[in-house]
Design a protein around this ligand. Structure first.
Ligand SMILES: Cc1cc2nc3c(=O)[nH]c(=O)nc-3n(C[C@H](O)[C@H](O)[C@H](O)COP(=O)(O)O)c2cc1C
Length: 334
């Protein structure tokens, strides 16, 4: 046993193992969440959903709330800066069946942050506190929050916000260890995660730059976090959860999936998505996922190029099936 892998309790929700799929806009729809759950993620999250869109019952917003029983436990992330609207949105999401409601305080893109929502809340502690309290009081399911270290590197408010979260009745904090204005540049600062963990008594999830089983172990050991969240490393690579789990249990992550398994999983991902929406929309949306599945092996580049232009599901599935049998087996590069 490399790491004890203690199940994480978030109110009535048990996150076991304590490995979590990060919310990723454009990627963490139900099919991908299910694949990650099957490979060992203990919790999966929807992408961020607008609280205003939810309360106005906008169709484009509600399609993002695509919850299914076989993926539970599942968390739905909402964003907004108006405590009353956030509370109403949270009640609606609870009724829709979310096991956990997560508040986004990490998104820095202007469309979100200029409304005072997302990471902008990190520089408005009073509003952040009011939003967290309103949501936590509005629902029975546990409410969690996902933050960054602060808005800029000069003003690291993350730990202060974490303390306010604890006071507001938030049950768990995820920290993506970069300041918001840094985007994804530079390395995540795992020392800050360790400091934050030592500053609050509610569970802390460490996030940022975990791309391998060895990284997951280092994240646990370096920060003392209660769970590890993985985002980009899982794209086109849901097996990362299986390999992290094996490594944390035994010290051996097991083999990387071969090309055949990767293509078969990509095809299953496409079929799961086709069950959820119209073919033209699904095939367009699946391109980003397919670009991640189809890389790092001989013949990947031309196949990827072809997949970016196909519009019909049968053509996509045929191409993946042909690749599964014709390309040399062997392991995937990175
Ligand atoms: C394409 C993409 C979309 C993202 N969308 C969201 C989102 O909707 N909500 C959120 O809290 N974080 C979002 N993030 C941030 C991730 O959840 C995560 O914090 C970040 O990618 C760092 O983790 P990683 O190094 O494991 O990728 C997104 C990241 C990416 C790459």
């Amino acid at each position: 046993m490399m790491h004890p892998l203690r199940p994480l309790h978030v109110g009535p929700v048990v996150v076991d193992p304590p490995l979590i799929l990060a919310p990723m806009a454009g990627f963490t729809h139900y099919p991908f969440r299910l694949l990650c759950r099957e490979q060992g993620a203990g919790l999966v999250c929807s992408e961020f959903v607008s609280s205003h869109g939810l309360v106005r019952r906008m169709k484009n917003t509600w399609v993002l709330v695509d919850l299914h029983d076989d993926e539970r436990p599942v968390s739905v992330q909402i964003f907004g800066a108006d405590p009353a609207v956030m509370a109403d949105a949270a009640r609606m999401i609870e009724d829709a069946g979310a096991d956990i409601i997560d508040i986004n305080m990490g998104c820095w893109v202007p469309k979100v942050s200029k409304t005072g929502a997302g990471a902008a809340l990190l520089r408005s502690p009073e509003t952040a506190s009011a939003v967290m309290r309103a949501v936590a009081e509005a629902v029975r399911v546990p409410v969690t929050v996902k933050i960054r270290m602060g808005w800029t590197g000069q003003n690291l408010t993350g730990i202060d916000i974490a303390r306010l979260a604890e006071d507001a009745g938030i049950r768990l904090i995820t920290i993506h260890a970069r300041p918001a204005t840094r985007g994804y540049a530079g390395n995540a600062d795992w020392d800050y995660i360790a400091q934050l963990k030592a500053s609050v008594s509610i569970p802390v999830v460490g996030n940022g730059d975990v791309r391998s089983p060895e990284d997951a172990l280092r994240m646990f050991r370096h920060t003392g976090c209660d769970a590890v969240m993985i985002g980009r490393g899982a794209l086109g690579n849901p097996w990362l959860f299986r390999r992290c789990l094996a490594f944390l249990r035994t010290g051996d992550p097991g083999p990387e999936p071969g090309v055949q398994e990767r293509m078969e999983t990509a095809a299953r991902h496409v079929r799961l998505a086709l069950a959820e929406g119209p073919e033209d929309v699904v095939i367009r949306e699946m391109r980003a996922h397919l670009a991640h599945y189809v890389k790092g092996f001989p013949g990947a580049a031309p196949l990827r190029e072809r997949l970016m232009h196909l519009t019909r599901a049968d053509e996509v599935l045929e191409s993946l099936a042909a690749a599964a049998t014709s390309l040399p087996a062997g392991t995937a590069g990175s």
